[in-house]
Ligand binder design. Structure first.
Ligand code: GTP
Ligand code: MG
Length: 413
């Protein structure tokens, strides 16, 4: 169970004022003591994540956060971090120990509604303050599911779980498939998966396995080769494959070995299609063509893996960007789930594939960059642009290609 990557789990955030009982509920929901509980307001200071199983949904993550009524400079910084989590969670659990909501609690519900995030309102501490019918009706008037709990004894926790399961089944959209929609029964598809030093021992990585599975589910025939066998494999086939899907790192070689008439895509582009908004990211890629001396570029690496020697985000992309554009760029790397608040100093943001985060998280980042008027693209599109094959690899996604071309001409006129 714990091997399920976080990017494939639904994320439930607990929000509310200090001392409302968020951490007590997080512990009760997960059945584990993940957060410290105390009657000192402001006990939880940073978001705390815990992966667990929520039947019948399966593997999920609960995130306990700091109170949104915290005060002072530090307190305000904590509030901003909690609200940043609300930006991308799949379900918001708003916890209150009051019976008349304060302005900070109302703001949470309003923000969830604005974001389209399904929410449940938990009226906690029922032992201290039993809920009257009028109070319950007033709570339901916010248009969200309402559950009463006593987090100390666990009373109402099953009802809360049931409410969460209901919200998920009714209100959250699953990720789009990675590649399954591009193939029909009987099609032949070629996958190119290099086995380099970074490849895990004895197996393929998750997106590769996922692609094979989806293609088989679609009734397609799937050929898996390394990059040095592409031309040879194509030669042996009586008919060309419907399309080729390759790892971005060898896209240039694969493009060279295959005629332009065979559509080509990359794992990274399909990942963006499945987990983000490929059209927006393709439009953002046009900003790469406009980079000039002194421009600042932000590389956003969502997972905090230990950087490898030739790390794609920290080493390769910066090197290729400088080489191919010939510009004197200031390239910075932001690691982790926190996004800088002010993006306006940057000419372009280059986001990683986001395999450790959810679709909602990726879309929240895109929304933030759009609000600030800063173009965002991703690693895969950037690599293809720098290798001169971006238009070819968007051939499976005509709308995204059109957005890229339009943005190129629009901004250079
Ligand atoms: N009587 C009663 N006490 C509760 C209940 N839920 C939580 N508490 C108590 O309320 C206090 C605060 O609980 P926490 O779970 O730490 O609250 P929190 O919202 O995480 O607080 P911060 O981390 O400070 O924002 C603790 O003393 C808990 O034991 C409840 O349902 N009934
Ligand atoms: Mg807490």
């Amino acid at each position: 169970m714990l091997s399920t990557p976080k990017g494939l789990r639904l994320h439930f955030g607990l929000f509310g004022n200090r001392n409302a009982g968020k951490s007590s509920l997080a512990n009760a929901l997960t059945g584990q003591r993940i957060s410290i509980v105390s009657d000192v307001p402001g006990t939880t200071t940073d978001p705390v994540e815990k992966a667990c199983e929520l039947a019948p949904i399966g593997p999920v993550v609960f995130i306990d956060t700091a109170g949104v009524d915290d005060v002072g400079d530090l307190g305000q910084a904590r509030v901003r971090r909690s609200l940043a989590v609300l930006d991308w969670v799949d379900v918001a659990i708003v916890v209150t120990s009051e019976r008349t909501l304060s302005s900070s609690e109302k703001t949470l519900l309003a923000k969830a509604r604005e974001l389209g995030t399904p929410a449940v309102l938990v009226l906690n501490k029922t032992d201290l303050r039993p809920v009257t019918d009028d109070e319950r009706r007033a709570a339901e008037a916010f248009g969200v599911a309402v559950v009463e709990t006593n987090a100390r004894t666990g009373e109402g926790i099953d009802a809360l779980r049931a409410a969460l399961v209901r919200l998920v089944s009714e209100r959250t959209a699953p990720d789009r498939p990675l590649v399954g929609e591009l193939a029909q029964a009987g099609d032949t598809v070629m996958l190119v998966t290099p086995i380099d030093t970074g490849a895990p021992k004895g197996r393929l990585i998750l997106p590769q396995v996922q692609a094979v599975r989806e293609l088989l589910d679609a009734g397609a025939k799937c050929l898996v080769v390394q990059e040095n066998r592409v031309a040879e494999m194509l030669d042996e086939l009586k008919r060309p494959p419907k399309f080729i899907m390759t790892d971005s790192q060898v896209v240039e070689s694969v493009a060279r070995q295959s005629p332009d008439s065979i559509p080509l895509t990359t794992f990274s582009i399909q990942m963006a299609y499945s987990k983000s908004d490929l059209e927006e990211l393709a439009e953002g890629a046009a900003a790469l063509a406009r980079l000039k001396d002194g421009d600042r570029v932000l590389i956003c690496e969502t997972c905090s893996h230990h950087p490898q020697k030739d790390d794609i985000g920290r080493v390769k992309i910066p090197r290729w960007l400088r080489e191919k554009t010939g510009k004197d760029l200031v390239i910075e790397v932001a690691v982790g789930k926190d996004f800088p608040e002010d993006l306006t100093p940057y000419a372009v943001l280059i986001q990683c594939g986001g395999c450790v985060v959810t679709r909602r998280h990726m879309l929240a980042r895109l929304r933030t960059s759009k609000e600030q008027g800063v173009p965002m693209t991703n690693y895969g599109l950037t690599i293809c642009y720098l290798q001169g094959v971006l238009e070819r690899v968007l051939s499976c996604h005509p709308e995204a290609l059109a957005r890229y071309r339009a943005a190129l001409t629009e901004k250079t006129e």
